[in-house]
Design a protein around this ligand. Structure first.
Ligand SMILES: Cc1cc2nc3c(=O)[nH]c(=O)nc-3n(C[C@H](O)[C@H](O)[C@H](O)COP(=O)(O)O)c2cc1C
Length: 193
């Protein structure tokens, strides 16, 4: 069981329940589940309504697409991701459609979309683990069709499972209580007034 962290203020249960698992159960997600998660992402706000987020995902089914995605991950992530039923790559369109200029908010807007997806997932008992630990070069090599997009993260999705499937190191991490900086550190207002 993941320990319950100490929330300083009451927040929605779906936000409280969220954490990033490394052990996933054998319970599969359906295509309909994934469509619901992408729908939640689709309805995020974005600068000029550009909706710069893009997703490539596959079930953990030994398909060529899944194997390419998996190969993009760094070793440390590959170690535990192999039990997750769904693997996803997130990307952004780096330029505005309207004028071809760089969109400095593209990654921000992807983050909003992933936030929506994560909260929707949490409401369905599904958990998301974001990963920066992947090779953008491998993404380029495996998916030349995506060369105009910037890869940003990969995501493992599924239901939490038995931590016995993990290495000793990851079992320990899986049981750690989530920690956060106090609000006094992230809210700078009082220091400026
Ligand atoms: C952009 C991003 C990149 C991350 N990269 C990795 C990663 O490569 N491997 C990993 O195990 N966890 C990764 N994480 C998960 C974080 O370590 C985790 O969210 C953080 O420790 C807080 O834990 P919690 O999500 O369980 O609250 C990443 C999270 C984010 C948002």
């Amino acid at each position: 069981m993941k320990p319950i962290p100490n929330f300083a203020h009451p927040i929605y249960p779906v936000l409280q329940q969220r954490w990033s698992p490394r052990a996933f159960s054998e319970q599969m997600l359906s295509k309909a589940d994934v469509s619901i998660l992408l729908e939640a992402a689709r309805w995020a706000a974005s600068c000029m309504n550009e909706q710069p987020w893009r997703f490539v995902w596959a079930f953990n089914d030994d398909s060529p697409l899944y194997n390419k995605l998996f190969d993009c991950l760094l070793k440390g992530n590959q170690e535990w991701v192999s039990t997750a039923p769904v693997l996803m790559l997130t990307l952004v369109e780096p330029k505005f459609h309207s004028n071809g200029k760089p969109n400095p908010w593209a990654r921000h807007d992807l983050g909003l979309a992933i936030g929506n997806m994560t909260t929707q997932a949490s409401s369905m008992g599904i958990y998301i683990h974001n990963m920066g630990g992947f090779s953008a070069q491998k993404v380029q090599a495996h998916f030349p069709q995506l060369q105009d997009l910037d890869p940003v993260t990969m995501i493992a999705l599924g239901y939490p499972g038995d931590i016995a499937s993990l290495s000793e190191y990851n079992q320990k991490r899986e049981q750690e209580v989530q920690t956060r900086k106090p609000q006094t550190e992230i809210d700078l207002s009082s220091k400026l007034s």
